[in-house]
Design a protein around this ligand. Structure first.
Ligand code: SF4
Length: 490
């Protein structure tokens, strides 16, 4: 990335990029937990793609059993600490909370989850353990992002040996490199990964499958493989001027924020983001918080059609970003030094059949010294077909797999996360990795190994919920119990 000057003193940047939500104090957590109704058929559980037993972990906070609360969370979702920060809880668990129907504030499930998980991480308490009995099976996981880590941690708890191959220098994928800094710092992600390593998972970073080690060799050396490689590079916008200095992929900009001291991150004075999904919002809010004077998000369709969550949209507006709807860039204009200095737009309108048309004569130019492209990521179809030629992809270029087990068209290959679902939330990726772990477990004929603790469907009164299921569960039973609900509500 071409260096632009840093815009603000270090202290201001640190304040701007500090986590948006302060952690609960024990008293605040207890008060919030006491509001929960501990619903019998808790809709919040159904709305969680990893099926965390939410009323149970909240009850444990209320009764000051914080370690037990964290265990309930982390047994269901190994990345519970990061999901507490990055999940769009407004549209998942909190959006489903019965309090909303009663015109009251939903229980702050995300903040309570953070309270419990922070408690054990801050004290170095490991609440999960791998079983002493080992299966003797070895599984390779490709990609140390949320899907790969979710799969690896579950496999380790099922007694298998797991090696994760990650091409980047650090594990964690999006959680380490791609979350807006004010939502979660990379250290949280790395702490979670360290906990997964303590379960016995080996993570080898800086190794790209297909370069450092071949996919064929992995298939010879391991009993099964999980592919969790996420999505590829950001998409091009394919207009003149895209090669100019100051034009970047929004994900590269966000990754730079995670890769160097904040005051050294280059940001323009006038930043235009093309696209209006959640990545676009993360890019513009961070650009503003790093000191950009002007921040514009330009989207070719209407406000009603943007894919960004409304609460993210409001945050960006609060940070001073301006939104241009129904405009599309047609040229990036550079100065004599090859630096972008403006974007030429044309206005659009949507016809009744949903087609976009350009409005002749409506062109206008907006100055910018930084343009960030946030128009989606490419699929990994080239890498997939080169390394696993027998793998079937669907017409979108993502891996076809059984959504309940993660099993692909090749029996010993499993897949999950963005490379299989096309791009969803972190929590969906963790849930899919976990499902695939059980798919692998069943494929390897290991269903007599006790399954890890899972939420029970029993009620709160005299219940087994959150106490963990002590009896071994066979893979097909677990599938019925957990997978069907998680898939339906994910
Ligand atoms: Fe508690 Fe709301 Fe879940 Fe009911 S739906 S158990 S009130 S968090």
């Amino acid at each position: 990335m071409k260096p632009l000057s840093a815009k603000l003193p270090a202290q201001i940047v640190a304040e701007n990029m500090a986590e948006l939500q302060s952690p609960y104090t024990p008293q605040e957590a207890a008060v919030e937990a006491s509001r929960c109704l501990f619903c019998f058929d808790a809709p919040c559980i159904m709305a969680c793609p990893t099926g965390i037993d939410i009323p149970s972990f909240i009850k444990k906070i209320e009764t000051e059993n914080i370690i037990g609360s964290a265990r309930t969370i982390l047994s269901a979702n190994i990345l519970g600490a990061s999901c507490a920060r990055v999940c769009p809880t407004e549209v998942l668990c909190e959006g489903a909370c019965v309090m909303v129907d009663r015109q009251r504030d939903p229980i702050k499930i995300g903040r309570l989850q953070r309270f419990a998980t922070d408690y054990v991480y801050e004290r170095g308490i490991d609440v999960l353990k791998a079983p002493a009995k080992k299966s003797g099976k070895r599984i390779a996981v490709i990609g140390a992002g949320p899907a790969g880590v979710g799969c690896a941690a579950e496999l380790a708890q099922l007694g298998h040996s797991v090696v994760v191959f990650e091409k980047k220098p650090l594990p964690g994928g999006l959680n380490t490199y791609g979350i807006a800094y004010y939502k979660m710092k990379p250290e949280i992600s790395l702490e979670e990964i360290a906990m997964v390593e303590r379960l016995g998972v080996e993570i080898r970073c800086g190794i790209e499958v297909g370069q450092g080690i071949s996919a064929a060799r992995l298939q010879q050396e391991f009993d099964a493989l999980f592919i969790g490689i996420g999505l590829g590079e950001g998409q091009a916008i394919r207009i003149p001027g895209e090669e100019l200095h100051g034009v970047h992929d929004a994900l590269d900009f966000i990754e730079e924020i995670h890769s160097k001291p904040l005051p050294e991150v280059a940001v323009g004075n006038s930043v235009i983001v093309i696209g209006c999904g959640n990545t676009a919002i993360d890019a513009i809010t961070q650009a503003k918080r790093l000191g950009a004077q002007k921040g514009i998000v330009a989207y070719r369709r209407s406000e009603a059609e943007m894919s960004a969550y409304h609460f993210e949209y409001e945050l960006a507006q609060h940070d001073g970003a301006t939104f241009y709807f129904n405009v599309t860039p047609i040229e990036l204009i550079g100065d004599e030094a090859g630096q972008v200095c403006a974007v030429k737009f044309v206005r659009t309108e949507t016809s009744k059949n949903g087609q976009l048309t350009l409005i002749p004569g409506s062109e206008f130019t907006e100055s910018a010294d930084m343009v960030l492209k946030a128009v989606g990521q490419s699929k990994q179809s080239v890498w997939l077909t080169q390394n696993f030629p027998a793998l079937r992809l669907d017409k979108r270029g993502v891996v076809e797999r059984n959504p309940l087990t993660g099993q692909t068209s090749v029996a010993h290959l499993f897949a999950g996360g963005d490379c299989a679902n096309g791009g969803r939330e972190v929590v969906n990726a963790v849930g899919e990795g976990k499902k695939a772990a059980h798919g692998i477990h069943a494929f390897l004929g290991q269903s007599d190994i006790p399954a890890p603790r899972q939420p029970s469907r029993l009620g709160v009164n005299g219940d087994a919920r959150g106490s963990g299921l002590e009896a071994p569960i066979r893979a097909h039973e677990l599938e019925k119990l957990y997978f069907s609900e998680a898939e339906h509500h994910g």
